[in-house]
Design a binder for this molecule. Structure first.
Ligand code: G6P
Length: 483
């Protein structure tokens, strides 16, 4: 229910993200409600959808189809404001600057980031377009919450055009240390863009710390506790932003409910049976991304087979790798490498009856994911760097009987909350192998103790808490001039 000002509807709460929280959907496809759209999976939408309908809100984002104009529309009670991207924008802003410059730079340069001025120009142009859409639709004094690394210039652009707005930003991925961030030719503009916000949120305290150190180094800001003071031409304080960690979580109720659903429990049994009821099912679930450490995981698994510590028939690894960013070169290379490795492992160790690695280059609905979580004895989250990793939290939430083991990389944000996981460094292949074997042989009592304590943590901190905490902090933020 938005009020109409001349032509454009205005709202008092707006969320801005690169993608709208809906996908195109063909008639008859799962999730089809006849509108041609279905709600995207994931906790962010679940957390924010109720707020959208309660507070006269709207979501601004790209609808996913290049070169196509879509007028504002409503879906599932949410007002959606589509932003158009041309084919060039997709190539230069999305695949280029967002996913071949910022993504690798922010994930410890696991892949080499590329710096191109044409990509940067497109990033600025598209960020301006997102900001314009917000300005057109934001009511006086509205709260605007900008999401993630694709839109880091939007806070500053909004503040310039609309000083009346309350502006929050949340970075879902890591923020790199200044020693790495320094490589970016446009480092100052990015920090300045973020500093347009009243509150800048991060996954881990270390990410917030990295951001504050970069603000000091590249913008000459002064930092007191978590307040970042930006100075004007004459050294006067022009703006204060607050930087703080707000670890994101999942829709706990949804995952628990599915984990108790008899059809899904039956499906989990079926999956085990289809694999020949091996003693141990290990599971990896990732977007096919070089940050996820899938190669390290496969290497460790192969060596364990080679040494006879695991045998095919006793142990099977299910690796779900959902297709992602397939036109970006590093992703194409990674896919070839992973598929070559899987082919090599299976060619060497499979029998007519059993497979070593069941590799699935698909994405699945959440029901099937929960069935896989229930079927898996050992969950492998071996990311080399990950903002949070929600798969780890979903697995723990699904394990309602307090059994199963989570092998978790210390480089995933989730390690801050899931301290009872079997934590390891995925670069240390011997350490990874030892941890996998510990997980396979984990005494049930030890497993239950760990799982119980991890479940408690997540059940008390679901994604509703995350968004409520962030928005409360954004509302409370007081600009203090006690410098
Ligand atoms: C990560 C990012 C999100 C992004 C998602 C999927 O989780 O933090 O911003 O939407 O990956 O990637 P994609 O490029 O398909 O949007």
């Amino acid at each position: 229910a938005a009020s109409s000002h001349s032509t454009a509807a205005t709202y008092d709460f707006m969320v801005v993200s690169n993608r709208l929280p809906v996908d195109r959907c063909a008639p008859g496809e799962s999730g089809d409600d006849g509108s041609g759209w279905r709600r995207s999976p994931g906790g962010l939408v679940t957390a924010l959808a109720p707020m959208m309908t309660k507070t006269d809100g709207a979501w601004v984002g790209w609808h996913g189809a290049p070169d196509e104009t879509v007028e504002p529309f409503s879906h599932g009670g949410m007002d959606l404001v589509p932003v158009q991207l041309s084919n060039d924008d997709v190539e230069l802003y999305y695949e280029g600057f967002s996913n071949a410059t910022l993504w690798p730079l922010y994930h410890d340069v696991i892949a080499p980031p590329e710096f191109h001025r044409t990509w940067w120009d497109a990033y600025r142009r598209v960020n301006q377009r997102f900001a314009d859409a917000v300005v057109r639709h934001a009511g006086q004094g509205a709260t605007v919450w900008v999401q993630d690394y694709q839109l880091q210039l939007v806070p500053r652009l909004l503040r310039q055009a609309r000083p009346d707005l309350r502006i929050g930003f949340f970075n879902h991925i890591p923020f790199p240390p200044p020693e790495i961030f320094a490589q970016l030719p446009w480092r100052q503009a990015i920090i300045d863009g973020l500093m347009g916000a009243d509150l800048v949120g991060f996954q881990r305290p270390s990410d917030a710390g990295n951001f504050m150190r970069s603000a000091r180094r590249f913008l000459g800001a002064s930092v007191k506790q978590q307040q970042v003071h930006v100075k004007g031409k004459y050294g006067e304080i022009t703006h204060i932003a607050r930087a703080q960690a707000f670890p994101i979580s999942i829709d706990v109720a949804q995952i628990s409910e599915l984990a108790h659903n008899p059809e899904i429990i039956e499906r989990a049994r079926q999956i085990r049976q289809d694999l020949g009821n091996p003693k141990t099912i290990l599971l990896g679930v990732d977007r096919l991304d070089y940050t996820k450490g899938i190669r390290h995981r496969l290497k460790a698994f192969e060596e364990l087979l080679n040494e006879g510590k695991l045998t095919v028939g006793d142990a099977t690894l299910i690796q779900v790798a959902s297709p992602s960013r397939e036109r970006v070169e590093q992703y194409r290379l990674l896919r070839e490498e992973i598929e070559g490795t899987v082919g090599h492992i299976n060619g060497t160790y499979d029998t007519i009856q059993n497979t070593a690695v069941r590799y699935l280059h698909h994405s699945y609905p959440v029901e099937e994911m929960v069935a896989l979580y229930l079927a898996a004895d050992v969950m492998l989250v071996t990311a080399l760097r990950d903002g949070m990793n929600l798969v780890a939290k979903e697995y723990v939430t699904a394990r309602k009987d307090n059994d199963g083991a989570l092998v978790l990389s210390e480089f995933a944000g989730a390690a801050d909350q899931l301290k009872q996981a079997l934590l390891m460094n995925p670069h240390d292949i011997d350490g990874l192998k030892d941890t996998i074997m510990r997980a396979v042989d984990l005494p049930p009592k030890d497993a239950a103790r760990r799982m119980r304590s991890m479940r408690k943590q997540i059940l008390e901190h679901d994604v509703d808490h995350w968004s409520a905490d962030f928005l409360a902090a954004l509302n409370e933020k007081v600009v203090r001039d006690d410098s």
